[in-house]
Design a protein. Sequence first.
Length: 361
Amino acid sequence: MSRVYNFAAGPAVLPEEVLKEAAGEMLDYNGTGMSVMEMSHRSKAFEEIITDAEKTLRDLMNIPDNYKVLFLQGGASQQFAMIPMNLMKNRVADHINTGQWAKKAIAEGKLFGKINVIASSEDKMFSYIPDLKDLKISDDADYVYICHNNTIYGTKYSQLPETGDKIIVADMSSDILSEPVDVTNYGLIFAGVQKNIGPAGVVVLIIREDLITEDVLPGTPTMLRYKVHADNKSLYNTPPAYGIYICGKVFKWVQNLGGLEAMKKINLEKASILYDYLDSSKLFRGTVVKKDRSLMNVPFVTGSDEMDANFIKEAKASGFESLKGHRTVGGMRASIYNAMPTIGVELLVEFMKKFEAENKI
Ligand SMILES: *Cc1c(COP(=O)(O)O)cnc(C)c1O
């Protein structure tokens, strides 16, 4: 068996320890004589799994008691509709446009009400986070929506917009658990887990309790109501049980590493190995303004499409997988989520140096 260094943006690398542990429990979970995939979601064993997963996540993110944690399905994309359906009482929301996932949320929001785009970085290919000073927050907005880390363009918010009494709704799909956040700054946080937590099929949603009401937009289906899932502790219907089990193991893995402060330290060190090299290289360069660089997704280019293609091909042959940039932007992107070991980034940089030496311009 040989494993590659997987730099994919999502589904993405998972901690090897977690995969091994799950493999060990595949045929017989904890004396039940069956796999977690085979057991009732109403069983005692599964109840412990989901309760434990929630508890560990609450510990890790320091989630206050007046916030609910939900495990949902439908991917992060389904939240683009669920959020307006549940929170858009006035049918107005303010959004900041920082790239593809932000845009998709805007487009979906428009199905339900008026969306004001109060800031955008579209003028420069989303290579920065817009100025957050003097934003014109709409008086009648139900919430202000941001995409916290832009998976495709590699930017992230290092501070939050001032929104007064308006709640912030944040898509943290690609940076949840990468560093500490103050949950109380948000009304709602959501993340598709396939980037930085677990297998595709689970969405983690953290929502302030008072925002969960019966007062949803007319026609909102039962399955798309936060209250239904909150009242049923994420067990209204069959949840993505195996995925939740793996998520729980990843939460424990992060906890064992020392929690989110420790994770942040590791992530800062890991990302700087790559960014420092990009800043010194004559062949490669990063595409994002320095102050807004993501710790998780690192896009870079050589300036030549042919050279980029060559690099991606040679990298793959050497065991560095999925370095191709998103199909809409080209170039390269190294996603270096929590589970990417530091050695993976060190070896990638070594390989890039060798490639640069062989391809002098
Ligand atoms: C991947 C991603 C999405 C979409 O996730 P799905 O689970 O495929 O719907 C949304 N937002 C961000 C920031 C992402 O990285």
